[in-house]
Design a protein around this ligand. Structure first.
Ligand code: ARG
Length: 463
């Protein structure tokens, strides 16, 4: 449908309304209505400031402030009629305000533009997402700390190249993810602190000749200060990219962990049992219990990183200041934020509910010659051999055990002596996995005592 009347918000110089296709490509109301509460908060702060600065009267500001609350409650209760002809949330709200309070509504847009308005709204929205991600990460870290504390001494195989490398502890493995999600937390906090400058009052691009008080609006909206360059203020989307970048790294961590849970919950590994609450069945194979939540978390990186790349491509090459390209920022961030929060919550639920199968972990920890390094270290420590020689001798014993179809601790002392006649019975002490992990007492190592120290440290950080 083509509207024959020009746009009532900006159509003064237009004789005709937009083509239907123009309206379709131009309108953002279908998605930016998610920023209604932020838009209204920004407008209320702006109106109050205009009155304080005697740019509009107190009674007009009062009418505007109250009217905006009416509009907000209409939106929240679902009775608000959004209109694509009014393009976006900013003009939908202002047009409805005019219907509710009449003439004073027209004074709200004094000394501002939709360019600083949308930047402010979007920043407020993204800031909430940093806070939500922080809560999600904290909850996930708490769940991991619970697992780590319970299983600080449970042995399991540690892998490199997904081949058995050395025994580690369950707690140590859980704490590795605590470190990753802890960095995600700090990235989110850094980015939130960096973005907390208010664009409102930058107006279209150059600032305004009205005597506005930008500190007042900035503080009313919880920003630390107003942004210092009006051209940058309206054309900056770094905060959204910072969010997407941090979200992408976090989603990558979630994906790695999810992959481990998929492997670990398989019949071949049996390292963990996922709860029924976070598993699904198969419609044809009655025995199946599938780790769908983990698989979906593993996949979320695709759309989250996709959003990051998409917005980077939107922003690259844009001349200063605002261009309509920037309207393409929101859907990407909305989708990425929704999916990040869902993935964090699902991971938290899975981690809380899952149980580690101690026997399977321990059995796997002792197989695959996992204590070969301990044997080599013993040859260095006790017999004083150079590490390279010790490595070679150990390798020959691994080959012997492999040939005999047994593990290193199953070799007899006589067999050991064929590789080096200095070897004594004491060597068997270091071939046990418990001793192996207990000996890894270097800072950050896998020894239960080290793991418990890290759990305590993290509890101090996350409360
Ligand atoms: N809907 C627009 C956006 O999301 C708001 C800003 C419009 N500004 C303009 N000069 N047309 O970016």
């Amino acid at each position: 449908m083509t509207d024959t009347t020009s746009n009532k918000m900006w159509g003064g110089r237009f004789a005709a309304g937009p083509d239907a296709i123009m309206e379709a490509i131009n309108a953002s109301i279908s998605f930016d209505q998610r920023m209604a509460a932020q838009d209204i908060a920004g407008s209320r702060a702006h109106a109050a400031m205009l009155a304080t600065q005697n740019i509009i009267t107190d009674s007009d500001a009062d009418a505007i402030g109250k009217g905006l609350l009416t509009v907000l409650s209409e939106i929240q209760s679902g009775t608000f009629q959004f209109s694509a002809a009014l393009e976006d949330i900013h003009m939908n709200v202002e047009a409805r305000l005019k219907e509710v309070i009449g003439e004073p509504a027209g004074r709200l847009h004094t000394g501002r533009s939709r360019n600083d308005q949308v930047a402010t709204d979007f920043k407020l929205w993204v800031r909430d997402q940093f806070d939500a991600a922080e809560s999600g990460l904290l909850a996930l870290i708490q769940a991991l700390l619970g697992q780590a504390e319970a299983g600080a001494a449970w042995v399991m195989p540690g892998f490199t190249h997904l081949q058995t490398a050395q025994p580690v502890t369950w707690g140590h493995h859980m704490m590795a993810y605590v470190e990753m999600f802890g960095r995600d937390l700090s990235r989110m906090r850094d980015a939130r602190a960096r973005m907390n400058e208010c664009p409102l009052g930058a107006a279209a691009l150059a600032g305004t000749s009205f005597p506005i008080d930008r500190d007042m609006t900035a503080h009313a909206l919880g920003f630390d200060r107003p942004s210092a360059n009006s051209l940058d203020a309206v054309s900056d989307r770094d905060f959204a990219l910072d969010f997407l970048g941090s979200a992408s790294i976090c989603a990558m961590h979630l994906s790695r962990f999810a992959e481990e849970l998929v492997i670990w919950s398989s019949a071949q590994f049996r390292f963990v049992t996922l709860s029924d609450r976070f598993s699904t069945g198969s419609s044809i194979m009655p025995q199946k219990k599938n780790p769908d939540a983990a698989e979906l978390i593993r996949a979320k990186i695709g759309r989250i990183m996709g959003a990051n790349v998409a917005l980077m491509m939107v922003m690259k090459g844009l001349p200063l200041a605002y261009s309509k390209d920037m309207q393409e920022d929101k859907e990407q961030v909305f989708d990425a934020a929704d999916n990040l929060m869902l993935a964090l919550a699902a991971m938290e639920g899975m981690v809380k509910d899952m149980s580690a199968n101690r026997e399977s972990l321990a059995a796997a920890a002792g197989s695959g010659f996992s204590t070969a390094t301990d044997l080599a270290d013993w040859l260095v420590r006790v017999l004083g051999l150079p590490f390279r020689d010790a490595h070679h001798i150990t390798g020959s014993l691994v080959a012997l055990a492999e040939k005999n179809g047994c593990d290193l601790p199953d070799l007899t002392l006589e067999q050991m002596k064929t590789a080096h006649d200095g070897i004594t019975n004491d060597v068997f002490d270091v071939l046990g996995v418990e001793n192996s992990v207990n000996s890894r007492m270097s800072y950050g190592g896998t020894a239960p005592e080290q793991v418990r120290a890290q759990v305590t440290r993290w509890k101090g950080i996350v409360g």
